[in-house]
Every structure is written in structure tokens, then in C-alpha cells.
Design a protein around this ligand. Sequence first.
Ligand code: SF4
Length: 322
Amino acid sequence: MRHFIKPNVVISKCLGFAKCRYNGDIIIDYVVEKLKPFVNFIPVCPEVEIGLGVPREPLRLIWDKATLHLYQPATKKDFTHEMELFIERYLSSLSEIDGFILKYRSPSCGISGVKIYNGFHPDARATQGRGFFGRAVLERFNTKAIEDEGRLKNFTIRENFFTKLFTLASFRVTKKHQKIKELIRFHTINKLLFMAYSQVKLNELGRIVANYQKGHVDIVFSNYEKVLYQLLARMPTFKSWINVLLHAFGGISAQLNKKERAFFLNLIEEYRDERIPLSVLIKIIEGWAVRFGDSYLLEQTFLNPYPKELIEITDSGKGRNR
Ligand code: SF4
């Protein structure tokens, strides 16, 4: 049974932690509630932190004279300066953070879909962008797992977010110990998962680990970390998952009979045609790994990249990553 390190995650406080929305509401989000036992949440409400009460008049983002303002139309007050001071102080104080879950569309917390009005006029037209706090988080922590609760309703995005989050938490602890033996193990058990992200970056990581004697331990870790962040920056595609499945299958196919081999290759075609989910194929590989006592495969994190209690295959209906 794999032991998972609890990731440290900054979260918008209104997502299940306090009634701090402008209208005094709290949002109970299903994904956040499921995550609570597995994550160290650090809740924050930027608008309350800058001294605004609950309830309060809503804020707006205004683009005016090449400057973005955080503005409260009802009071005609501009909170841009207060928010910038808070963001600087708060984000500089954070350490050992693995990810963020921020409130969708909020003018403060949002990382996407936030209305930005073109001028102070009440009827000004709006485009879409990022909130003040959300934008700063994306700029400063762009290597971490960052999502909003709206996007996490999509199965593929959620699965990628959980995978990245728990991988980063595991690396954070490995790095803290500064032991090459632990880095080699981290690399070994993540090989097939990393192959799904990028074969090129996996090879680069492999070279860093293989040449560990040529540099100081801290430099080896920091080089590894840099490439790991690059590797995790993009979601795996379904084609790269097929590559991983064929690789894992190749290691055990000699022990399978002809019908079993044909059955699996046929399922890969069904996955390619979007008729079955990836999890079906992964479970078959895991079943064969158990049957043949394949310890290398059984240790691979791609079989269980995050706690199984978080697996939920429902989806907002958006498609797979190509
Ligand atoms: S979205 Fe952000 S600023 Fe708004 S209530 Fe939630 S935590 Fe506070």
C-alpha cells in the first residue's frame, strides 16, 4: 500500500472554510470536501485580509489607463494598493507549498474567467482575465499545481491536478532529506508516470540521477527539480499514455498467452477510439503485475498516482487531452 505525503495547498477560504463571500455565503465544493483528509489546507481570503467586512459590496476589476484596478463601485473606493501590499506580504511568507485551489471567476482569487471591465463607467464592456491574487499566484508559483474549483469539475483536469500535487509533495519531502538514495528511488518508481508526461524530460532526469557523483548533492537535487517542473508543466496526452501502456505490457507480455495479448492490444484500440477510459487498461496491467509478482511494475506510481479515495470518474463533460 503506497504511503502518500500530504500536499500543502493554499485555498480560497470561501471554498468550505468560512462564510466570507461578499454576500456572507460559503461554498461547499465536493472535490475540496473529498480532499480535506488528504491535504494540509491553508485557507486565505484576500478581501477580508485587506480589511473588507462580511457582507460587503462586490468588487470589480477595471482596466483604465493601462492599469488594473480593484474597485468597489458602490463606495467608489479603489483597493488596488491594499491588495498589492497584501499579496506581496502573504505570498512572500509562504514556503513548502505544493499547490493552490482558488475560487473560479473571483476578481481577487480567480485564475481564469474573471470579468475585467474596460473603464469605470457602469455600462463598460468586459473581457475575461485573472483576478489580482490569482494572477500573482500564477506568476510566482507557476511550477506548482494550480487550479480553480470550476475547472476541477472536469475529470481529466482533476486527475492531472491530483497527480501533479501528490508528485510535488513527494518530491518536496525527498528533496528535504537530500539523500541520493531517496532521489534514485523517487525517480525509479515514477519512471512510467514521467514517461506519460514527456519521454525527453524523463531521459534528462535519468541523466541527472545517473551522473550524481559528478556534482554536489544540492546541485543534483536542484537540477532534478528544474527538469521535473518542466516535465509536469504539460498534461500527458492519450498518445503518450498508449506508449506507457505498451511499455508496461512489453515487460509482461512474454508471460501472457496469445489470447490475453490480443485482448489487451484490442483494448488499447478501444481506448484510442475513446470507448473505454485509461483506468481500465491501468487496472489490467496492475492485475497482471500482481499475478506475476512483478515488483518493478507494482511500485510504479502511474498505477496509483494519488490516494484511491479521491478517484471519481464523473466529469463536467469536457474531453480528453490530446
Ligand atoms: S473568492 Fe477569494 S476573496 Fe472572494 S470570498 Fe472567496 S476567498 Fe475571499
